[in-house]
Design a protein around this ligand. Structure first.
Ligand SMILES: [Zn+2]
Length: 129
C-alpha cells in the first residue's frame, strides 16, 4: 500500500480554485503540483501527476496556460499535441504553383503551435482567467 492517496478530479479543481483565489500566477507545472498537493493535505498525503494535473487544468477552462517552448533542430511532421495530446491541425499556405505547403502545426484545444522545426514545451505558466 502506498502511503499517499490519489485525489479525485473534483478535489483537484477545488484545490486549484482556492490556490488561485490567493494568487494570480503560478510559473511552473512543478510548482502548481506542489501547491495542489499542499492544499489537499490533511491527515493524509495526496499525490497528483504533473501531466494529469495539466489535463485537468486544460479541461476546466479555469486558467490560461502559457506554453514556453524551445525550438529543436528536428524537422518532423507532428500529429499529436505534446501538451494535451489532441490531434494537431496543419497550417498550410497556398503556393504560387497552385498547391499547398505545410508551414506548421496548431493545436485546436490548447495554445500549442509549432513550425516545421519542432517546438518542445519546456515550461508552463498558469494564470487565473
Ligand atoms: Zn494541445
Amino acid at each position: 500500500m502506498p502511503d499517499y492517496r490519489v485525489p479525485k478530479n473534483e478535489q483537484i479543481l477545488d484545490a486549484l480554485k482556492s490556490i488561485f483565489l490567493r494568487r494570480r500566477t503560478v510559473s511552473s507545472q512543478r510548482e502548481l503540483k506542489k501547491l495542489v498537493e499542499k492544499e489537499l493535505r490533511s491527515d493524509e498525503e495526496f499525490k497528483v501527476g504533473e501531466q494529469r494535473l495539466r489535463h485537468i487544468v486544460l479541461d476546466s477552462g479555469l486558467l490560461d496556460v502559457d506554453i514556453h517552448c524551445r525550438e529543436s533542430l528536428e524537422k518532423r511532421h507532428l500529429s499529436k499535441c505534446p501538451v494535451c495530446e489532441s490531434k494537431l491541425k496543419k497550417v498550410r499556405n497556398l503556393t504560387v504553383f497552385g498547391g499547398t505547403v505545410t508551414l506548421g502545426f496548431k493545436c485546436p484545444r490548447c495554445a500549442y503551435w509549432s513550425g516545421l522545426r519542432k517546438r518542445v514545451p519546456m515550461r508552463y505558466v498558469f494564470t487565473r482567467r
